[in-house]
Design a protein around this ligand. Sequence first.
Ligand code: ZN
Length: 134
Amino acid sequence: MPSIMETIDIRTKSSFEIVNITGKVNEAIKKSGIKAGILLVFTPHTTCALTVNEDEPRLIGDVKNKLSELVPKGKGYSHDNIDNNAHSHILASIIGCSVTLPITNGRTTLGTWQSILFIELDGPRNRRVVLQIG
Ligand code: ZN
């Protein structure tokens, strides 16, 4: 079975932002022509993350508030002496840099309320998401 790599470029607009990339991922799968298999979604950065959850504005706000509460900015972290973003690295480590999903009928297999969410933790920046399809 062939395996194809695609990339998605994202320009985030704020320091802490959650972006639904499900549509772009499904476009890339469609372009690949692969109808069934495994999809790896990976981001090659240390201060952003990926997860799968519901894209509902109030829930997104709740998630952002809770993450900020769990790992507040500027709490005397050693790494802040270098570039002042230790909280972003810590949250990225907790959430993770990849998700793996089944591909069925040429698209991601997700539950009704599930979306692939890219989480910017130290923006705004130009970000990249790598897809391994197949
Ligand atoms: Zn850093």
